[in-house]
Design a protein around this ligand. Structure first.
Ligand code: G4P
Length: 524
């Protein structure tokens, strides 16, 4: 029986995995695909260390597995749900796109390397999820290795990220002595390295093993019982509403590599992860995913880096209704109507040819230059626009000039367009009006340089001025020239707002002490 569009929408679970490089995101993704039936063999992707991370890890999976996935969105069905996993490129592919992708998901899975704890890139991505108030599920990975104490890891969540946590399960032993997990949520023990019926062992009413087992004699089991008791008494309560608001993160301990705890995680995650959520328009109206009319917004534009193909793909998160190939949509920003004939859909399994996508899904539109990041596309007669995507605080800066001064016109045109498109951020120095570019990842500069040459025929010279701590100013009129210096450069952003670029956190603090009346703030 065919599902109604409403049921289709309700079955969607769209999320991203956030983590610091090497925490195990690729490995986890692969295991999830395996359970989703999208790949047959959940071996690990080998040899990644040797190559430069010029392309997404997922393309690596694609190459290794020979399966039909695109590098940006993976889709599979599990337990009656259609799961969309959006890639958040890290390593050298880290860029504003990584942040913006988080605008297009309804939930996030945070992978933590249990030996390393919460790492910098995780903190950055977490903050964006936090700002959106989306549910965040934590997977403490690599339990098959000796890592930090489980309670210490949970404390880190609260101390470093400021999010409360609830352990859905709790590890029994660690590293070579990793016996399994005490599954608080399902009231059972899940055994590591044991397949078949006894993989799960039941607990009795006192929360102890209900069957005789040698494990009960081990210090690891006793310790786990003690810790679980402590959590029961002094820890947070499981509260689905707080999970939904992103105030409480359910924590799972496991090992993606040895495939331990992944399936239980997936099943529990799918139970609590939300179906597609409404989005606000600029006029503060919520657009219901089940609304009849199609709507969506563009969160990423990917230019083809191959000069032979100048096409670009605009990634649309569908917010409401359904999409059909060939339909016409309006881009309200430019009041233009376009027919969507050339689209890409992201499917891990190409046996299913789907010409339709619904709220929660991601579609890729071939773009000849119509779209900008943040654009709304709507079907029917609607004309609203979704609220703007946030701008992110850049951390890296370059001073940029055209190698050939005769090309100055093209240079400025190219910059203007790439800035509008969201590929890079534009700043200029106050008196000399030199052009600076800001980015959150080095890749953005490389893409900029490449596209300036290929699309605007301008070779650029980029002088790296390094990483800076950028701060905007609430009371601009109180700022004086004398406050600037080697360690605190003053520039303007593309909207002519003043921005201080501090050499480092130390310089920022020094400035704060010296000029306490200047109210600084950062974007996300
Ligand atoms: P990433 O996408 O987050 O960057 O991480 P990725 O999955 O590539 O994993 C990084 C490394 O950590 C890989 O090892 C991977 O095998 C390992 N790893 C992932 N999950 C686990 C786990 O649960 N336990 C253990 N012990 N290791 C894990 P590598 O040496 O970089 O690559 P490989 O050659 O072993 O594949």
């Amino acid at each position: 029986m065919q599902k109604s569009i409403h049921d289709e929408i309700l079955s969607r679970r769209t999320f991203a995995i956030i983590s610091h490089p090497d925490a195990g995101k690729t490995t986890m993704t692969e295991k999830l695909l395996y359970f989703g039936g999208a790949i047959r063999d959940a071996g690990t992707v080998k040899g990644k260390k040797t190559g430069k991370y010029a392309t997404s890890d997922w393309m690596e999976i694609e190459k290794q597995r020979g399966i039909s996935v695109t590098s940006s969105v993976l889709q599979f069905d599990y337990d009656g749900k259609r799961v969309n996993i959006l890639d958040t490129p890290g390593h050298e592919d880290f860029s504003e796109d990584t942040y913006r992708t988080l605008m297009a998901v309804d939930a996030a899975v945070m992978m933590v390397d249990s030996a390393k704890g919460i790492e910098p890139q995780t903190i950055k991505l977490f903050k964006v999820c936090r700002m959106r108030g989306i549910p965040i599920f934590t997977f403490m990975n690599k339990m098959d290795r000796q890592g930090k104490e489980p309670l210490e890891l949970m404390e880190e969540l609260e101390e470093v990220l400021g999010i409360e946590s609830y352990a859905m399960n709790y590890p029994i032993g660690m590293g070579k002595e990793f016996i399994g997990v005490y599954d608080r949520y399902n009231q059972r023990i899940e055994q590591a390295r044991v397949e078949g019926e006894s993989h799960f062992l039941p607990l009795n009413e006192d929360g102890e093993l209900a069957v005789e087992h040698p494990m009960t004699e081990t210090s690891y089991y006793k310790q786990a019982l003690e810790d679980v008791l402590l959590l029961n008494e002094a820890g947070n309560e499981f509260d689905t509403e707080r999970v939904a608001k992103g105030e409480l993160t359910p924590v799972f301990f496991g090992s993606a590599l040895t495939n331990f705890g992944v399936q239980t995680f997936l099943e529990t995650f799918l139970k609590f992860a939300p179906s597609p959520q409404p989005r606000m328009t600029k006029d503060e109206q919520a657009v219901d995913p089940k609304a009849e009319e199609f709507s969506g917004f563009i969160f990423k534009i990917q230019a083809n880096m191959n000069p032979a193909h100048r096409d670009r793909i605009a990634f649309v998160r569908i917010v409401s209704g359904s999409f059909e190939r060939g339909m016409s949509v309006t881009i309200p920003r430019i009041s233009k109507t376009v027919k969507l004939t050339q689209t890409t859909q992201f499917l891990a399994d190409d046996r299913e040819t789907v010409n339709e996508a619904v709220a929660g899904d991601i579609i890729g539109l071939y773009d000849t230059g119509n779209y900008q990041i943040g654009d709304t596309v709507v079907g029917g007669k609607s004309n609203f626009q979704f609220e703007a995507l946030p701008q992110f605080t850049p951390e890296l800066f370059v001073r940029v000039t055209a190698k050939n001064v005769m090309k100055s016109k093209h240079f400025h045109k190219g910059i203007l367009q790439l800035v509008q498109e969201g590929a890079i951020q534009y700043y200029k120095t106050l008196h000399t009006e030199e052009v600076l570019l800001g980015a959150v990842g080095q890749l953005q500069f490389e893409v900029f340089e490449h596209r300036m040459k290929n699309e605007y025929n301008v070779e650029v010279h980029m002088e790296h001025i390094g990483s800076k701590v950028a701060r905007w100013i609430e009371n601009e009129s109180d700022v004086k020239d004398s406050m600037t210096g080697q360690r605190s450069m003053l520039v303007k952003d593309r909207y002519d707002n003043l921005v201080f670029l501090f050499e480092n956190d130390f310089a920022l603090r020094w400035f704060g002490d010296k000029y306490p009346d200047i109210r600084l703030y950062n974007l996300l």
